[in-house]
Design a protein around this ligand. Structure first.
Ligand code: A3P
Length: 309
């Protein structure tokens, strides 16, 4: 879940608001922390059915930028990259105080309509819930994928540190919920299968967390080219230095307040090996085989390289 980045005053207001929400959430029971929308769980402290519905009236603009992720796949990383890119291209601050499309009250839609271009959004939504006009206008989407095992581990730690999400007493308990789609935003695999249906759309480009980790500058160039931002090599190198894990973690107190260390935990590939039993690993392998093997999205995940013992 992305908090975005923006000018200090907006940022401070945003963090204060998030703190209030977290304090209220801490008083809720696990059942109260979530609501069910179309069979999928969502965090009730930050999302609502009314906002999902209100978003349908949001008019897409051709120059909006949209980053789509399943939770814990690098949302905040890519949002920061896009934000830094826009600042360089437009040579001014770009407000992204409502970056996460589905977070907040329904009234936000009116506010977003009044925001100047370019607007930068991120979302974890399924494609049916993204405002229809985004597909009609062929607004560009950047889809960020992360291997399902590291995503699970990241989500486990996040759930246990973020009061807006139900927590889990053990890794095993979390693993079961993750595999059964009983975590917020539902099953990793349902989400991936859903977006795989759109993967050949000309306005969608997919990149992986792992590619970003291993060949960062090339991926930054791909992102810049995809959005037609024409950044120079020097500018890309500057963005690279501002958005390394180390640099984002160091500034995470300013950008994400008390949850800074939670959003920027390890930033590595392969931490799943420290958590998964062999049986759990095989269960994910079988699910991958059933849902994603042979699909374009599945191929992009480079599963054998990143997910096999
Ligand atoms: P870990 O929990 O494995 O460390 P999201 O923003 O979608 O919530 O994703 C969070 C994950 O992305 C966390 O993974 C976080 O550490 C990682 N991350 C965030 N910024 C990063 C960066 N600049 N480089 C590498 N990983 C990053």
């Amino acid at each position: 879940m992305s908090a975005g980045t923006e000018s200090k005053t907006n940022r401070e207001k945003f963090l204060e608001e998030m703190q209030k929400i977290a304090a209220e959430a801490a008083k809720k029971t696990p059942e109260e922390l979530v609501f069910n929308y179309k069979g999928v769980l969502y965090p009730s402290s930050i999302c609502s059915e009314e906002t999902f519905q209100a978003l349908q009236s949001l008019e897409a603009r051709e120059d909006d930028l949209l980053a789509v992720t399943y939770p814990k796949s690098g949302t905040n990383w890519v949002t920061k990259v896009l934000h830094e890119m826009l600042i360089l291209v437009h040579n001014r601050e770009i407000t992204v105080d409502h970056a996460m499309l589905e977070f907040g009250k329904p009234e936000k839609v009116k506010y977003l309509k009044g925001q100047p271009s370019p607007r930068l959004f991120s979302t974890h939504m399924y494609y049916d819930d993204v405002p229809k006009s985004y597909f009609e206008k062929k607004t560009k989407f950047l889809l960020i994928l992360r291997n399902p095992k590291d995503t699970a581990v990241s989500y486990f730690h996040f759930s246990n540190s973020n009061p807006v999400l139900p927590s889990f007493s053990t890794w095993d308990e979390f693993f079961r919920a993750y595999m059964d789609g009983k975590v917020c935003y539902g099953s990793y695999f349902d989400h991936a299968v859903d977006w795989n249906k759109r993967i050949d759309d000309e306005n969608i480009m997919a990149i992986t967390f792992e590619e970003m980790k291993e060949d960062y500058l090339s991926q930054l160039k791909r992102i810049s080219d995809f959005f037609g931002l024409s950044l120079t090599e020097e500018q890309l190198a500057l963005i690279e230095s501002k958005t390394t894990f180390k640099s984002m973690k160091e500034k995470s107190g300013d950008s994400h307040g008390k949850l800074g260390n939670v959003f920027f935990r390890k930033g590595e590939i392969g931490d799943w090996r420290n958590h998964f039993t062999e049986e759990q690993s095989k269960e994910v392998d079988a699910k991958f085989e059933e849902c994603l093997a042979g699909t374009k999205l599945g191929q992009m995940l480079n599963y054998d390289k990143y997910c096999k013992f």
